[in-house]
Write a protein that binds this ligand. Structure first.
Ligand code: FES
Ligand code: MG
Length: 580
């Protein structure tokens, strides 16, 4: 497919399109000139692709036209030639059955758009949950100089004197309505008070976690994570990123030089220190897979140990991203990790400096929001990876979002075949439910749903809520929203739909969860399990065509990041053959 020529040997890759004084060069240049571009723009200067996930169907990214314009200012100033292009956008709240089903599709779009076009460096405009991993995955498989710019969180929500957070308060209010503690009219009124400005979810959900991952990986500029979307400094950051990407092209500072194993280690510890989303687990595994970085699910557990959660942010804490920014933002967290010996200080970042140089003088302005190491918000920040007879390839739980009294728990399973079954039966008075029951949900993994949706934090049955129960152990092969909370075991692998042990659980079975011992076991004898396995038949929906078929046939399990098997690794950005 690719020619032997690599534009880098004789200038930048874009010069292969725009340089030649022959029919091909004329074809490439002349149609670009219909946009009113002067001749000297084609003189071999770095061409910067601005990969935009703007969409009115992705409200978190709906302000990205402005952001792209600010990036362009910077690119022009630095002597580059900016060209913006759209890629598949992924709106978390609207896309069904789940935006996650399309993360890998968007990553393909990004990868092929970059490689097929005359770009020398890339700026990724990312925001809503899946847009960040999708764009980074695609760009990683091309490995050009790349910088990510996050769109920034929304301002804090306020309602009747209370600070309210996206996602988190929707789940809380819903439970209150179900428990008879809030009226539906009040719920609907609160709705408009949460999302009151442009930007993505402003709790420490998946979008904020991934924006923090971008910053801790060194793929974004300092303060990328927390500047609110509407703060003028967000536009400054985009402007500076535009300037910087031109330099990165000149220095050939490629993505693979930034996204090293050491950088992933920094990101995992950062996710622990911020109390970040469990979704970061699958996304970082998928990104590392594109770069063939040696980084596994067990690294999440090992590296996260001893990392306290420093941030007192929702979903498990009190504050929101706006407060985090005013308190000093992610550089303060990184500095504290560095001072505790938990940061690989020499990792190079997008601005050309080491991560430590970026943060060593960072100041904290509010120790309530960003706690010191000796007074953390939660003693345990990391993600625990559980293994055992119920999840031989692993499952995850976020201890900082769980109830301490349930971290060691033995209970009887109440099993649901899929989320519709759960919704239909969870309030059935005949269900053998007690406060210590364990809710088990099947067929919500990558293949089973398909797309591994955020349904793992099943809302508690009304009967339990009315009895004052506020948390129960829940186990599934699904994910959960980064804005959610509870003693929720997720990403069980292998998933039920491919015949993982989860598929064999029956109501009444005993299950033992031991977070400290990192165990998750189904206490059913081998003979009985063999009998059930012989009788087991898959029951999940199977697509007969299109993207979903390709996805179901090729997707990896959660412990490998749920990328498509054939997409792991990269192909660089060699210049493809001429088109005419
Ligand atoms: Fe887009 Fe939460 S819905 S970040
Ligand atoms: Mg989400």
């Amino acid at each position: 497919m690719s020619s032997k020529r690599d534009g880098r040997t004789g200038g930048y890759r874009s010069a292969e399109w725009f340089g030649p004084h022959d029919v091909h060069g004329v074809r490439h240049r002349n149609l670009m000139k219909n946009q009113g571009l002067p001749d000297d723009l084609f003189d071999g200067r770095p061409v910067i692709g601005i990969c935009n996930t703007y969409s009115e169907l992705t409200p978190c990214n709906a302000h990205f036209r402005t952001l792209a314009d600010r990036v362009k200012r910077g690119v022009w100033e630095a002597g580059g030639f900016p060209l913006e292009f759209p890629v598949t956008s992924l709106g978390e709240t609207l896309m069904r059955p789940t935006a996650m089903l399309f993360r890998n599709l968007a990553a393909i779009d990004v990868e092929e758009s970059i490689r097929a076009n005359p770009v020398d460096g890339v700026v990724l405009l990312v925001g809503c949950d899946k847009t960040t991993p999708a764009l980074v995955m695609g760009a990683a498989s091309c490995d050009l100089p790349t910088i990510a710019v996050s769109g920034g969180p929304m301002l804090s929500g306020h309602w009747r004197g209370e600070t309210i957070g996206s996602g988190t308060h929707i789940w809380k209010f819903d439970a209150m309505v179900k428990a008879g503690e809030m009226t539906t009219a009040d719920f609907l009124e609160a709705e408009g008070s949460i999302a009151r400005s442009p930007g993505h979810c402003m709790t420490m959900g998946t979008a904020s976690s991934m924006a923090s991952m971008v910053e801790s990986l060194g793929l974004g500029l300092p303060q990328n994570a927390a500047i609110p979307a509407v703060d003028s400094r967000r536009n400054v950051l985009a402007h500076l990123a535009g300037r910087r990407i031109v330099e990165m092209v000149r220095q050939d500072l490629r993505l693979s030089k930034i996204l090293t194993r050491e950088a992933f280690e920094n990101a995992v510890r950062t996710n622990g220190a911020i109390g970040g989303s469990t979704n970061a687990v699958v996304h970082l595994l998928a990104i590392a897979g594109r770069l063939k970085v040696d980084f596994t699910l067990d690294d999440w557990d090992r590296l996260g140990q001893g990392v306290p959660c420093l941030l007192d942010l929702m979903p498990s804490g009190r504050f929101l991203m706006e407060d985090f920014f005013y308190a000093g933002g992610l550089p303060v967290v990184l500095r504290r990790l560095g001072e505790a010996g938990l940061l690989n200080r020499d990792c190079v970042t997008a601005n050309g400096r080491s991560i430590w140089q970026n943060v060593e003088t960072a100041q904290c302005w509010n120790d309530e929001v960003i706690r010191p190491f000796d007074k953390p918000a939660k003693p345990q920040g990391g993600i625990a990876v559980l293994r055992g007879s119920l999840a031989p390839d692993g499952a995850v739980i976020k201890p900082s979002a769980a109830s301490p009294e349930l971290m060691q728990h033995r209970g009887r399973a109440v099993v649901f075949e899929d989320i519709e079954d759960y919704r239909a039966r969870c309030d059935d008075p005949d269900l053998p439910l007690e406060p210590g029951s364990i809710l088990v949900l099947k067929n919500c993994g990558p293949v089973g749903y398909p797309g591994m949706p955020e349904v793992g934090n099943m809302r508690l049955p009304e009967r339990m809520l009315k009895a004052g129960v506020r948390d129960m152990v829940r186990i599934s092969d699904a994910r959960m929203s980064g804005t959610a909370f509870g003693t929720v075991v997720l990403h069980a692998a292998p998933e039920a739909a491919v015949g993982g042990p989860l598929a064999l659980v029956e109501t009444g079975d005993e299950i033992e969860l031991d977070v400290a011992g990192r165990r998750l076991d189904l206490l059913v004898g081998g003979e009985e399990l063999a009998r059930r396995r012989a009788a087991w038949r898959p029951s999940h929906p199977v697509a007969d065509r299109g993207w979903v078929r390709l996805y179901q046939e090729t997707v990896n399990q959660a412990d490998k990041g749920a990328d498509l098997g054939f997409l792991t690794g990269g192909s660089g950005a060699p210049i493809p053959r001429e088109s005419h």
